[in-house]
Write a protein that binds this ligand. Structure first.
Ligand code: NCD
Length: 302
């Protein structure tokens, strides 16, 4: 296994599969019993989070680790300095692993220079969110039986989405075909800037034909410092997964969303709550996948 998990690109297909198999064992109640007993994991959250933070917290406890939660929302200390100070504190406290979410892309990478324990990226700016990609791929594997060969369409605010980048990297490593769809202001012209062989489209109706997976992204207003589309209404009409579009999906096509959702903007409430939707499963699977990641990265290390 890798030492740190900073990017979905850190993982080979074999390593990702090892994580999925361990997660499946935990889901079945047959995973290694409390492999991190006596260890301490620090959750370092510099940015808002509901799902990811509680998920890492629950996962760490379920594999036997103690958890220290550090929330630094609103800090005005400059990034480098505060991270360095925090890292010194971690070293002094004898922490065995760090889970970090930060509004600055690259902060987890920077942290690896200050601590000598595994660092797991729980979302850094607009850059990456590798455990989200892992839980998404795990959910596809669970629902559809495989990831290789799937036609995955990722829709919406790609430009600001660490979820899209990590998914593009992991899914292509696992042999899926990935197409990014959204308005030209929010989707790169060339998908290979995210990951090799990734395609792009500005036409949702065409792109979802033949899709096995339609992954909707949240419109990230908090990361937008200008208008990227004329109005919410127009965005929703062109790029929202409404009931009319959902009705044209294949019989087994699944609909995903990392949460939090803007119901009625990128996804209709009826679609989010339909049988195709894996949104609740994604949250449940997130705990098993993070149990697997934490245990595989930290077990056997002192
Ligand atoms: C995502 C995130 O924070 O990157 N949410 C999550 O982790 N479940 C996506 C988002 O905020 O839209």
């Amino acid at each position: 296994m890798t030492r740190h998990l900073l990017s979905a690109a850190d993982l080979t297909a074999e390593q990702a599969t090892e994580i999925f198999d361990r997660a499946a064992a935990y889901a079945a109640g047959t995973g290694p019993d409390q492999p991190l007993r006596g260890r301490t994991v620090m959750n370092l959250f510099y940015e808002d989070s509901t799902r990811t933070r509680f998920s890492f917290d629950a996962a760490a406890r379920k594999v036997g680790a103690g958890v220290v939660n550090f929330s630094a929302k609103g800090t005005s200390v400059s990034k480098g300095e505060s991270l360095k100070d925090t890292a010194w504190t971690l070293r002094a406290m004898g922490i065995d692993g760090v889970v970090i979410r930060h509004h600055c892309s690259g902060a987890p990478h920077q942290l690896t220079r200050y601590v000598d324990v595994p660092v797991i990226n729980a979302g850094d700016g607009t850059h990456e969110h590798p455990t989200q990609a892992l839980l998404d791929a795990y959910t596809m594997r669970q629902r559809l039986g495989r990831v290789a060969g799937l036609n995955v369409v990722i829709v919406g605010d790609v430009a600001h989405s660490r979820v899209a980048r990590s998914n593009a990297l992991l899914l292509t490593t696992l042999g899926a075909k990935v197409t990014l769809v959204g308005p030209p202001t929010l989707v790169p012209r060339d998908g290979s800037v995210l990951a090799p062989a990734v395609e792009t489209s500005y036409d949702l109706d065409t792109a979802i034909q033949g899709a096995d997976v339609v992954m909707m992204l949240r419109v990230q207003h908090e990361r937008m410092n200008q208008a990227f589309f004329p109005s919410i209404r127009e965005y929703s009409r062109r790029y929202g997964l409404d009931t009319r579009r959902a009705a044209r999906l294949g019989a087994t096509t699944i609909v995903m969303h990392p949460g939090p959702m803007n119901r009625g903007v990128e996804i209709a409430g009826e679609v989010a709550d339909s049988d195709r939707s894996t949104i609740v499963e994604q949250v449940a699977n997130g705990v098993f996948v993070r149990m697997a990641v934490l245990s595989l990265l930290l077990e056997g290390k002192n």
